[in-house]
Write a protein that binds this ligand. Structure first.
Ligand SMILES: [Zn+2]
Length: 420
């Protein structure tokens, strides 16, 4: 008998964890963390039979719980080579900022890294017990994968976080050749269409150029992994000529990227963009770098601390300057507050922001139209389960696929265990 057990990541973003079980063995896809307050929470897993683990990508909502599996367990964990390097950086940072209340530490991390097995895209891996695992490029961040699991009875396809549109840095997602029976479809942007990418890039570059020509500086708060480097690629591609700086953990991620040329759509562009950028190396540089007309790209993307928050304090009082946000701003974050109220609240003080503030939707997830297209292409599957999205997004995508395409689609619930 085959089951799918939704351990987390249903009607929410966080704690992604989906377990496929048959009589002989089980495959766990992702094991992430949920950043609720006051402390992070994790999915729960109880004694699966002959467990193998497959990780789609490095983001902590998919990977943040992995060390927990290694307090006593010893399952092999499959992922791409670049994901292995990225999770080392992200998990260490997670331990550092979380402090004492995290249920794992360096010991579990070491055990986890000993059990990692690197896989290549599109090369099936035999897990034994009649199970085969295949990673397909998901186009979301470098090294991200959709996962195909074939058992004796079923073919599963889990999109992971997926982008079906190519970006400057990455190829669009590769789709499975074999029609899956069971599909787990992410739903992050199921209610939100994206503008065409070239259009977003053009207006972003215009906003940068206008500010620089007016003698101002541009701060681009961006996620450390992928978004920061994508922004540098866009600036290089559009030949923006002014000093461009890179700071924070984005530098560490960039160093990792440079070691994995095959992952990128246009590696020469990435290399040029990273070479052209001036990497901040000292505290002294930080204090006066924003005095000249320049672009600064630095995390955190939602201004929750990091180098970006520090630079914002330096430039916020001058109307000549601009803050260009380049990713979704979660309600309650300093970035969202800045966007809606033109203030910067870092939890200590509240400052009025005179610099111009704009948002550009450089998403790394498929938008509403692409998700529907993707779901439609699997409408003959035995089941489509929507996951990884706000409740309305997961429900809406499932009901649209059901009504318009006749698919057997439903929004999965955390805790649900379904016999297939
Ligand atoms: Zn992700």
């Amino acid at each position: 008998m085959t089951h799918i057990h939704f351990l987390g990541g249903c009607k929410t973003i966080g704690s992604s964890a989906y377990l496929i079980e048959d009589d002989k063995a089980s495959v766990l896809m992702d094991f992430g963390v949920s950043f609720g307050s006051p402390t992070p929470s994790f999915p729960k897993l109880t004694r699966p039979r002959n467990l193998s683990v497959a990780l789609t990508h490095a983001h902590l909502d998919h990977s943040g719980g992995l060390p927990l599996l290694f307090a006593s367990g010893s399952a092999p964990v499959y992922m791409t080579a670049i994901t292995r390097e990225l999770i080392r950086v992200l998990l260490k940072d997670f331990i550092r900022i979380s402090g004492y209340y995290l249920p794992f530490e360096a010991f579990e991390m070491r055990r986890l890294f000993r059990r990692i097995k690197v896989v290549q895209y599109d090369e099936p891996v035999d897990l034994g017990n009649g199970i085969t695992l295949t990673f397909l490029d998901a186009g979301h961040i470098p090294g991200s994968a959709s996962i195909q699991v074939e058992t004796d009875t079923h073919c599963f396809y889990y999109t992971g976080d997926i982008n079906t549109i190519q970006t400057q840095m990455l190829n669009r997602a590769q789709l499975p050749e074999k029609s899956p029976d069971i599909v787990l479809l992410e739903s992050t942007y199921a209610l939100t269409p994206h503008d065409p990418r070239p259009q977003i890039e053009r207006s972003f570059v215009e906003a940068v150029t206008e500010t620089i020509e007016g003698g101002g500086s541009v701060l681009v708060p961006a996620f450390a992994v992928a978004r920061s480097q994508e922004i540098l690629c866009i600036l290089a591609k559009h030949k923006v000529e002014c000093p461009i700086f890179l700071d924070g953990m984005a530098r560490e991620a960039a160093r990792i990227f440079l070691r994995h040329p095959s992952v990128f759509r246009d590696y020469p562009l990435l290399r040029t963009a990273l070479k052209k950028a001036i990497w901040i190396r000292s505290k002294r540089q930080r204090t006066n770098v924003m005095n000249e007309a320049c672009v600064m790209v630095a995390p955190a993307g939602m201004l929750k601390g990091g180098a970006a928050a520090m630079y914002l304090r330096q430039i916020l009082d001058d109307v000549k300057n601009a803050v260009l946000l380049v990713g979704f701003q979660i309600p309650g974050t300093p970035g969202r507050n800045l966007l809606e109220n033109n203030v910067f609240d870092d939890g200590v003080s509240l400052q009025k922001v005179k610099a111009r503030v704009r948002l550009f939707d450089f998403s790394s997830h498929a938008g509403q139209d692409e998700l529907l297209g993707l779901g439609r292409s699997f409408s003959n599957a035995q089941n489509i389960f929507t996951v990884h999205g706000e409740p309305e997004a997961c429900e809406s995508l499932a009901s649209t696929l059901k009504e318009k395409c006749g698919a057997n689609a439903s929004a999965a619930e955390t805790g649900q265990r379904i016999e297939l």
